[in-house]
Design a protein around this ligand. Sequence first.
Ligand SMILES: [Zn+2]
Length: 190
Amino acid sequence: MLIVGGMAAFSAGLAGRLQSAVPSSDAEALRLPFRSDAEVLVSPPFLPPSSFVSDARPTLATADRDWGRLEPRFARAVLDIAAKMERRGYPVVLIEGYRSPERQDLLADSEQRLTQARGFQSRHQFGLAADLAPLRDGRIILSERDPWAWQAYQALGEEVEAAGLVWGGRWSLRDYGHVESANRPLTTGG
Ligand SMILES: [Zn+2]
């Protein structure tokens, strides 16, 4: 399922962006997870944009999935969680990362009411939130009603909380694939 060449290019690209985004003294530390001999960090599989087009969540087609637009340390933590999920047999993919305030309003106003948070009320606007979904046989399974996906989302929740991050599966408006940084208190989810 994983494309080895694609992964290497992916990691190199992300490391490059991290390097340019932080002072040089921090750059080496940020690159380390991609070079570690103790633990090989496996990047989520690359999927073509058409994989994200679905009737269930049409808004996903235009979502931003650029890991480089996430805050570097948060991106590293989420990639680490993705590697752990892969080892547990639940590969995951980033379905949405950075989200503009305009897009946040659009989702809040949508018929599906995908979020209660408006622009700048979600950590997605600060590069501190990511939406993940499990992959089965190379296909994204969005709905937690799928029994296999339910198990995958529970495993995700365990890994997210073990990493000290916040899992949307605990919210009143459950958002099982949502992961966010615990650093910055916000009153609403998203
Ligand atoms: Zn989210």
